[in-house]
Design a protein around this ligand. Structure first.
Ligand code: ADP
Length: 624
């Protein structure tokens, strides 16, 4: 008996969009349905490895009926039970659907980029409604005695479920084509779409073709539309740009057909495998969303699909890479449990990682512009490897890039370039971490380095602080934060010591005035133009990381800053003079303003901004 069901809200909204938008490329609905059919066969084929009775002549079949104006896509794959039909295409809003709608709401789209986005979120089935006014699914679960299930919908809020006649396991999706979509009844049209998007699908995609004989009778033959050649087994020189693009668009969870580089691997010896890997061009807007973070690579064993999310084939910090690995060493009936901590997988991961790093280095050397663009998108992820990959850490240091004080905003330099440019007398690699370039540029602690002509690396990713904990050296030069720990400068040592003695009373007075807010007040030659700056202890968290944690409502110990004073600045002298003249109140209020300014330049919020504004106003009134 037929039952009616309502779509979940998100699904209904999605369908509305599919039905009502105008598309630049609506051909992709066929790619999506064929991909689903191939996935279903992959699954059935995997089961048949342990249950040979289930093996059959795997095939995807496309039929067009010009009288009924229907196009159907059939597979003899795994099929669905009634519950699975309900879960997968209807009542349950899949997380992908929800994420997709949320993204549309936030970003807004006129529909042109919709086809690109559909694949990205795993909502492909619904794209059938771009071309169909009604979609019917008849499906029978492989290996089950339950009757076949029918699902039908016009995409308008409701769908119908019923039992159906079907003997062979698998699924048929039938589209009643919209009037303006009747082109999809044409053999040439279907076959050109399949060649474009689904040529590498490893099962035959057949479509009956009618040929008119000399005696005017007609012969119908099944024509295979795709070459089925696994693209990763072919020679790179034989693969066209378009083939790479369509393969990439099917693989990538970032959407789009644009990739930066395709990498073929063919490994022999201790582990034998072939791989085709892609460096993506653009990071998805949700790069940092946890569920999209790591998908892993597709794994095949001697051309048989095993899983499309083998996470152990890539280290976390290369999670933006997508592609296929085809191993000859693993057993065919490998299970997911076997894959975990598998030494063969481990060896492949090692080889793949080394190769990707080599390719990144080549790209950096030969195509700087593209590498910088790549690094802007994915550098923050790649850098994680500096902290986590002990084997390749040194090699990764060669390919990471940073902005720096001596280079204009937006320009990246490598550590190698930094070291090469170090003048006589500079032995360490200086850096500072912070939120953004603009704030770092005006940090008073840079002044000394500017005067010396020593460059300072600007590290503005939140992960940088964490990474720098384990970055000890590059080419035998130590890394040193210019906003942390002691400042060492032989030439000024004597002068600072003297300043400490001369202004002893002043430093104590400032410390007292700002009681509780400072760990120490001292003199240093870090600054040339500014009166003071704030520093943290060598192993303390940077102020911006502290702020980040606070923003996430995380409890962390607050580190008290060290206030360093510039003895050559007139303000210090004037403060001291005021103190000596007994004008304690004036000196205290000036010290408070000076400290507040140091907090502002470091990017930290003030505890009492109104109090600060009031003091500044008073000073202005006095000075005018
Ligand atoms: P995705 O394929 O990305 O998961 P879809 O919206 O295309 O998203 O499909 C939703 C789900 O419906 C699939 O994950 C699968 O479980 C099921 N499905 C779709 N088409 C078929 C099919 N031909 N055979 C079996 N299951 C299918």
């Amino acid at each position: 008996m037929a039952t009616r069901h309502e779509f979940k809200t998100e699904v209904r909204q999605l369908l509305q969009l599919m039905i009502n938008s105008l598309y630049s490329n609506r051909d992709i609905f066929l790619r999506e349905l064929v991909a689903n059919a191939a996935d279903a066969i992959d699954k059935a084929r995997l089961e048949s490895l342990t249950d040979p009775a289930q093996a059959r002549d795997w095939k995807i079949r496309i039929e067009a009926d010009k009288n009924l104006k229907t196009l159907s896509i059939s597979d003899n794959g795994i099929g669905m039970t009634e519950q699975e039909v309900l879960d997968n295409i209807g009542t349950i809003a899949q997380s992908g659907t929800r994420a997709f709608m949320k993204m549309l709401e936030e970003k807004g789209t006129k529909g042109e980029d919709l086809p690109e986005l559909i694949g990205q979120f795993g909502v492909g089935f619904y794209s059938a409604f771009m071309a169909a006014s009604e979609v019917t699914v008849v499906t029978k679960k492989s290996g089950s005695d339950a009757p076949a299930v029918l699902w039908r919908s016009q995409g308008e809020g409701e769908f119908e479920i019923d039992t159906a006649e079907r003997e062979e396991p698998g699924t048929t999706v039938t589209l009643k084509l919209k009037e303006d979509a009747e082109i999809y009844l044409e053999h040439w049209k279907v076959s050109s779409i399949i060649r474009k998007y689904s040529d590498f699908i490893s099962y035959p995609i057949v479509m009956p073709k009618v040929t008119v004989n000399e005696d005017k009778t007609e012969t119908v033959t099944d024509e295979v539309l795709n070459s089925q050649k696994a693209i990763w087994l072919r020679k790179p020189s034989e693969v066209t740009e378009d083939e790479y693009k369509s393969f990439y668009s099917g693989l990538s969870n970032y959407g789009g057909t644009e990739y930066l580089k395709a990498i073929h691997m063919s490994a022999e010896g201790t582990s034998e495998f072939k791989a085709l890997l892609f460096l993506p061009k653009q990071a998805p807007f949700n790069l940092l969303m946890p569920d999209i973070q790591k998908k892993g690579l597709q794994l095949y064993v001697t051309r048989v699909f095993i899983t499309d999310e083998c996470k152990d084939l890539l280290p976390d910090y290369l999670r933006f890479v997508c592609g296929v690995v085809d191993s000859s060493d693993l057993p065919l009936n490998v299970s997911r449990e076997i894959l975990q901590d598998n030494p063969i997988i481990g060896r492949i991961e090692k080889a793949v990682t080394a190769r990707i790093i080599t390719e990144l280095k080549k790209l950096l050397e030969n195509d700087r512009e593209h590498y910088e663009a790549f690094f802007t998108e994915f550098g923050r992820i790649l850098k994680e490897g500096l902290h986590t990959d002990f084997t390749n850490g040194e090699k990764l240091k060669d390919v990471v890039m940073y902005q720096s004080m001596n280079h204009e905003p937006g320009k990246f330099i490598t550590l190698g370039e930094y070291v090469d440019a170090m003048p006589e007398g500079q032995n360490e690699i200086f850096y500072i971490t912070g939120e953004k370039r603009a704030a770092l540029d005006s940090y008073p602690g840079l002044e000394y380095f500017k005067a010396k002509g020593w460059d300072v690396l600007f590290m503005t990713d939140p992960v940088d602080d964490w990474i720098m904990q384990s970055m000890m050296q590059y080419r035998k030069h130590n890394f040193k934060s210019i906003a942390k720990g002691d400042f060492e400068d032989k030439e000024s040592e004597e002068a600072m010591k003297k300043a400490g003695e001369t202004y002893k009373e002043l430093t104590e007075f400032i410390k007292e005035t700002l009681s509780g807010q400072l760990a120490e007040v001292r003199f240093s030659a870090r600054m040339t133009d500014s009166p003071c700056c704030l520093i943290v202890e060598g192993n303390a968290l940077s102020p911006h990381i502290e702020r980040l944690f606070k923003a996430m409502h995380q409890q962390i110990p607050e580190t008290k800053r060290i206030l360093e004073l510039n003895p050559k600045h007139p303000l210090i002298e004037k403060l001291n003079a005021a103190l000596q003249a007994g004008k304690k109140d004036e000196a205290a209020s000036a010290a408070k303003v000076m400290f507040a300014q140091a907090l502002i330049t470091e990017g930290s919020p003030l505890d009492d901004p109104a109090g600060f504004a009031k003091s500044v106003t008073e000073l202005l009134v006095k000075s005018l």
